[in-house]
Design a protein around this ligand. Structure first.
Ligand code: GCV
Length: 696
């Protein structure tokens, strides 16, 4: 008997059919962003077959927590990408084994005879090769150390995520920088200074599951250390209850080869140790730091060391006792060095007594100390001499401390770059910094070669990024904030990688892989930083942002300190605008090596994008474009705001091509960005127009 279909039933069927058709058409499933670039969605069926034959078994002959982490990640990654479990095996049986190991732990890997090559790549380097084991084709990730095996395994997964062929492979890689760190400005109460993505996952109590996923994400990009408390350090971070928490965190991170570091407050001997002084020359203070370091290492044997913000923005330091930064840093270094730890002594200092121009002060305080630091001390130097502005010239210390290891400090969190509301891909800005020629040993002395030690023969090398993570569902607030975390890690591993290549990797792994989608997102990302500069601080203007460090406030005259004001930097009036740092002005140009100091001393040879950083120029100054300075300013702000709108429009072309959750979330933020850009253009131009109209 034919069943009668009720009208209601057929409507339901139609709706269900439509829903099914929609589900099949939409290439997507619900996305929170939590999985970052480690989503591992199933590859299209056509691609899976080849990978399946190349990945029939996971063989990780490493009996250790790191070995377990590697095997688990491969199982998760391959299982997801290939759409079905790949079994773990003790040894290869037949073709297609993926083997990850070290020659010391595995006779199988030792038998390949690669030890000499692995030796040159070090503990963190690795090879990935197509080979045969007992006559059967296999892919082997081999390293001298477990860390390298871990990084190599993630590289292999990345190849598949990028849909690269798995055979023939002959890859060798190693990191260029030794210490690749995130710095978290997280307070012990769970708030985060300059954090825009929710509360801390370290404090007041570690959120274990998130910490474990944080470790996976960082291991996948080669980050090998993390400072878990703010540089504005609460001395309590060195007391037992907090060290207990740090110990628990270290245990979660250790399998992923990430060391815990702590920010130390220089006044800790007095504040938590009950001493009468913090004077670094006082033997009791020396003993206190030694004992504190011993206590920490007893709990955390692989503890990385201390970062210290001293005599900076009200923090205590050795100068309180008439001592130098070297005196202070060396006491802490002597305490941690016997355990293999280091001290990162920040050069973010700006004491008005040292020099009236804030950007000159760190150089004045630190250059005379070159050669006087303990071998385990880094000077940790921000990329630019001011404070993480959308554009700065490189910090002159990178060309002026040949005897001191320099750890570059970048800011991933977008303190002055639109917080988590604006899409700004930071890799182009970091590349500009890394590729800047310091001329420290003549032409071809890029910042990257200074910090990787190759230019001046330094052994200790490193880079730090101020993290943009929190407990938000997608970790970084803006989905594109993840790209900056990713790019930081990749550049820390290899500063020569290109911003576009890194973007491509991230896009493919995070959003999916159709060529038009990749091209659109890539173009948005690569253009975004310059666009942000144009609608906030074009032509070398800087520090226009005041208050909460979000919106430009060119009118800002901070009553607390002149050098926290905007007017201190732009000096706009009826005649001119900009800060004169030429020889006739503050002479900051002389902190740079020739020929930079001569080029930047002359507006004709200063690039437009740094013009008002180094020069104070009349409004009718003729620009290279032929426009007057005023017209160029109007043009830049206008262009930036239009382009911000353009980012939003470009994004709308992706509707239906990516999951709706993230599409809508990004769209909402891009709308806010283009609204902000228009408002900021108007505000800045109104202000400068009024300044220009003022009688000199
Ligand atoms: C951690 C800037 C930021 C501060 C930060 C400081 C620093 O001034 O606004 O929040 O403090 O830099 O890097 O120490």
């Amino acid at each position: 008997m034919r069943r009668q279909t009720s009208p209601c039933r057929s409507r339901l069927a139609r709706i269900a059919g439509a829903a099914l058709a929609l589900a099949l058409a939409a290439p997507v499933h619900a996305e929170t962003g939590y999985d970052l670039w480690l989503r591992y969605p199933a590859l299209p069926a056509a691609d899976r077959a080849a990978y399946r034959t190349a990945a029939t078994a996971i063989v990780v002959p490493l009996r250790s927590p790191t070995g377990d982490a590697i095997a688990a990640e491969l199982a998760r990654g391959l299982g997801g990408l290939l759409g079905g479990d790949v079994p773990r095996a003790e040894r290869p049986r037949g073709a297609g084994a993926i083997v990850v190991g070290t020659p010391t732990a595995s006779p199988l890997v030792a038998a390949l005879g690669w030890s000499a090559a692995l030796e040159t790549l070090g503990d963190e380097g690795y090879v990935i090769r197509s080979t045969t084991i007992e006559g059967a084709p296999a892919t082997v990730v081999a390293s001298k150390g477990e860390a390298g095996a871990l990084y190599g395994a993630f590289h292999l997964l990345r190849l598949i995520q990028m849909r690269q062929p798995l055979s023939p492979l002959d890859i060798a890689d190693r990191p260029r920088l030794g210490r690749r760190l995130l710095n978290h400005w997280d307070n012990l109460d769970g708030s985060i200074e300059r954090g825009y993505a929710g509360r801390s996952f370290w404090w007041p109590a570690p959120v274990a599951a998130r910490v474990a996923d944080y470790a996976r994400a960082n291991a996948s990009i080669g980050v090998n250390g993390t400072v878990i408390n703010s540089v504005n350090a609460n001395p309590q971070s060195l007391t037992a209850p907090f060290l207990d928490k740090a110990t628990a965190i270290a245990a979660i991170l250790r399998p992923y080869r990430i060391r815990v570091y702590l920010a130390a407050n220089f006044a800790a001997p007095k504040m938590i140790g009950g001493l009468a002084t913090n004077d670094p020359r006082d033997p009791a203070v020396v003993r206190w730091w030694r004992a504190k370091a011993d206590e920490i290492y007893q709990r955390i044997p692989d503890f990385g060391g201390f970062v210290v913000k001293a005599n900076s923005e009200g923090q205590p330091g050795p100068q309180d006792y008439g001592r130098t930064h070297a005196d202070g840093a060396n006491v802490l270094a002597a305490a941690v060095a016997p355990h293999g730890g280091v001290v990162m002594w920040r050069a973010f200092v700006y004491n008005a007594d040292v020099d009236p121009d804030r950007v000159k002060r760190a150089y004045a305080e630190f250059v005379p100390l070159d050669g006087r630091f303990h071998a385990s001390v880094f000077a940790q130097v921000k990329n630019g001499p001011l404070d993480f502005q959308p554009r700065e010239p490189f910090h002159p210390l990178f060309g002026a401390m040949p005897k001191t290891p320099l750890m570059a400090e970048l800011q991933i969190t977008q303190e002055y770059l639109g917080h988590a509301n604006h899409l700004v891909y930071l890799a182009p800005m970091w590349k500009e910094f890394l590729e800047a020629d310091t001329y420290a040993s003549g032409p071809g002395s890029a910042v990257a070669q200074v910090i990787d030690g190759s230019l001046e023969g330094k052994r200790e090398t490193g880079i730090a990024g101020v993290a943009n993570t929190g407990q938000d569902g997608n970790w970084t607030g803006h989905d594109f904030g993840q790209a900056n975390w990713y790019a930081f890690g990749r550049l820390a591993w290899n500063p020569s990688l290109g911003a576009a290549a890194i973007a491509d990797e991230w896009i493919r792994m995070t959003w999916g892989g159709t060529p038009d989608l990749i091209a659109t997102i890539r173009s948005i990302m690569l253009d975004s930083r310059e666009i942000f500069v144009r609608y906030t601080m074009p032509l070398g203007l800087h520090h226009l942002i005041g208050g909460d460090h979000y919106a430009p406030m060119p009118e800002n005259a901070d009553p607390r300190r002149a050098d926290w004001s905007a007017i201190y930097y732009h000096r706009a009036d009826g005649r001119a605008v900009g800060y004169d740092r030429t020889r006739a002005g503050s002479d900051a140009v002389s902190q740079y090596r020739p020929p930079l100091r001569a080029w930047w001393n002359d507006p004709a040879t200063t690039p437009d994008d740094l013009l008002l950083w180094f020069h104070r120029l009349p409004w009718d100054f003729r620009m290279k474009s032929g426009r007057t300075l005023w017209d160029e300013l109007v043009f830049s702000y206008g262009q930036g705001a239009d382009e911000a709108k353009g980012l939003e429009l470009r994004w709308t072309t992706l509707r239906g091509k990516i999951d709706d959750e993230r599409y809508q979330a990004v769209l909402a933020r891009l709308r806010r960005q283009s609204d902000d850009a228009a408002a900021w253009r108007d505000k800045c131009l109104r202000y400068f127009e009024a300044a220009r109209a003022r009688r000199p």
